[in-house]
Design a protein around this ligand. Structure first.
Ligand code: DLL
Length: 430
């Protein structure tokens, strides 16, 4: 947790010390790190300072898949107390392992996240993430308990029951994916419970990209402060970075992770401020140490000092993954950029889906966006006006045309976890 105050000097010297230790230890215990160093013709002695880190080749998700299930293990199986895994929608799943010490460190990192977002032992937190192979449920659970927060491990799904629990237990905080938080507000209203009348005061959201517009929707609906937090299973789960009270970028726990930002095409390390792919070297993992893990996530290190007192650098909110990028008629677009444009329209309610398909030889982009039902019972001209306006906004931003369809509330499928924002049918159509 955040007790003693660290200076930047402390953080940077701790990073180098721990980095050398991690590489030396990894070279003894991790068959994967041994292979990685051997391929590059390196010994641990070749890596003295952070500037040498770039000599080490990256670790990728494919490396984890190729080593499924136990090839990344760097300790005896007897010392492993937990497995988590990704769902593996695109190929084999990836498995991650934890020793008891790994779990304890993770709990501390998560307690820090919750403390940074203002939670205390007077809060009651409802954890609306899946408890299972997904890291969300357990990560928040252990972190909240460590901080002394009263935990309601309600898990994902069962939306009406979640609202009843919030009402009956006077829950003050909850955590879920941002898209599910919006759905919770809708269901509360269907139950005649005004979401802002609940006892909630804050919420911590993440696991998927979300925009400022969605933050505003969540904050207004529940009358809370909504904070972003970031992480991935390969590094621990949630607990890598989070927002402070400034809500302007996510502080990275640099005393536990070294962060580099690289050009995803060339692998070259970029300067602070430049946008690229986040690469992390965790400095504390026992069961599954990793060097230079490529996350696929796109962001940049922010240069500006934060108004809070934390000494950790911030990254801008994650706008998407390099492998999420859509190439539509030759134009590169991230789904989050489309959200950025449509969310500026006052009719935006937070639920939308992007569909890309082939029409003949051409790519066709359509965007289904939910609007309030009252628009459908009003003047058709209003609908046509919104539709035209949105199509024009897309055209003038990306220089491609899109068919914007306004659809009724609830017609886009809700997910209890991460929302599926993009349906790309082009692969199936070939
Ligand atoms: O989603 C861990 C997590 C759970 C983080 C709950 C925060 C809250 P994975 O299932 O391995 O782990 O997915 C990790 O999700 O590489 C990003 O692409 C995306 N992601 C996670 N948090 C954010 C966020 C968890 N705040 C992948 N903003 C990551 C944008 C996020 N994308």
């Amino acid at each position: 947790m955040l007790s003693a105050k660290l200076s930047r000097y402390d953080i940077l010297s701790q990073q180098e010390k721990l980095m050398r230790y991690t590489i030396r230890k990894g070279a003894q215990t991790s068959p994967w790190i041994q292979t990685q160093l051997k391929r590059a013709g390196l010994t641990p002695d070749d890596i003295r300072g952070k500037e040498d880190l770039a000599k080490i080749p990256f670790t990728t998700k494919q490396d984890l898949r190729d080593n499924y299930p136990f090839g990344m293990l760097a300790c005896p199986l007897e010392d492993v107390v937990r497995f988590h895994a990704s769902s593996g929608t695109t190929g084999k799943s990836t498995v991650v392992y934890y020793t008891q010490q790994d779990i304890d460190t993770w709990a501390g990192l998560m307690a820090r996240v919750l403390q940074t977002t203002g939670l205390t032992n007077r809060d009651i937190m409802q954890i609306i993430y899946n408890y299972g192979f997904f890291t969300g449920g357990f990560g928040f659970h252990y972190g909240a308990e460590r901080l002394g927060v009263s935990v309601i491990p309600s898990g994902s799904g069962n939306t009406k029951r979640q609202i009843e629990i919030m009402r009956d237990f006077k829950t003050t905080s909850f955590t879920s994916t941002p898209s599910y938080a919006l759905h919770l507000a809708e269901v509360a209203r269907e139950m005649d419970v005004e979401p802002s009348s609940l006892s909630l005061r804050q919420g911590v959201f993440g696991g998927e990209p979300w925009s400022e517009a969605i933050r505003r929707q969540i904050e207004t609906a529940f009358g809370i402060d909504a904070y972003d937090n970031y992480g991935l299973s390969e590094l621990c789960g949630p607990g890598v970075a989070c927002e402070c009270e400034e809500k302007d970028g996510l502080h990275v726990w640099e005393d536990y992770f070294i962060l580099e930002v690289i050009d995803p095409e060339t692998g070259e390390v970029l300067a602070d401020g430049e946008k690229g792919e986040l690469v992390f070297t965790p400095l504390w993992k026992q069961a599954m140490p990793l060097l230079r893990y490529r996350t696929g996530d796109i962001s940049r290190i922010m240069d500006d000092e934060c108004g809070c007192s934390l000494p950790f650098k911030k990254v801008e909110r994650i706008t998407g993954r390099s492998d999420d990028m859509l190439i539509i008629r030759g134009v590169n677009i991230f789904p989050s950029q489309i959200e950025e444009v449509i969310s500026q329209h006052p009719a935006f309610r937070g639920h939308y889906q992007i569909v890309v398909e082939k029409q003949g030889a051409m790519d066709a982009l359509s965007i289904n966006m939910e609007v309030t039902d009252s628009l459908f019972s009003g003047n058709i001209k209003d609908l046509l006006h919104i539709q035209k306006d949105l199509q024009e906004r897309i055209r003038s931003t990306f220089f491609i045309s899109a068919d914007v369809k306004l659809v009724e509330e609830g017609s886009i499928p809700r997910s209890i976890g991460k929302a599926q924002r993009v349906i790309d049918k082009r692969g199936e159509q070939q």
